[in-house]
Design a protein. Structure first.
Length: 159
């Protein structure tokens, strides 16, 4: 018991006399980060998606401009951007990212009589799920295939 009391007093003394032994206090002020995803289809068509967030988790669900036509019906497709941004220092961070979309597809068709052919459909979710080290202000190509490339740019916004 005496040893426990002595070690407790020693830690208090060290914390007061030598601040490096005391618990550190995080005095960093929060900053905004802009995450921009850009897709180039290889034919000169560029599309992008951008959001502003603080460090931590983020999630964005939105509709694409174009839809898919199934039996004269326009079926919307969605885009999803979610993940976690963890700054390592003022220049770099770790970005865990999911970038995906839904793709509608026909599951069955039948003759609806005077209404013509009718179809039922489902939505399949496709996308990229990975973790990257990003340098703030420098684009990073995260996917390249026959249909183009996708890059991510994370910038730090000082307020």
């Amino acid at each position: 018991m005496k040893a426990l009391l002595t070690s407790g007093l020693l830690m208090i003394f060290l914390g007061l006399a030598f601040p490096s032994f005391a618990a550190s206090v995080d005095t960093n002020t929060p900053v905004n980060f802009v995450i921009k995803v850009q897709a180039n289809d290889g034919k000169g068509n560029i599309s992008s998606l951008q959001l502003t967030t603080v460090a931590g988790s983020f999630e964005l669900d939105t509709l694409q401009k174009s839809s898919v036509k199934i039996n004269n019906a326009d079926i919307p497709t969605t885009l999803k951007l979610s993940g976690t941004l963890t700054p390592v220092d003022d220049r770099k961070g770790v970005l865990k990212l999911y970038l995906g979309r839904t793709v509608p597809y026909v599951t069955s068709s039948f003759n609806g009589g005077p209404a013509g052919v009718q179809s039922s459909y489902s939505q399949m979710s496709v996308g990229l799920n990975s973790t990257f080290v990003v340098t703030f202000g420098k684009p990073l190509i995260v996917q390249v295939d026959d249909s183009g490339e996708v890059s991510v740019l994370v910038t730090r916004e000082e307020n």
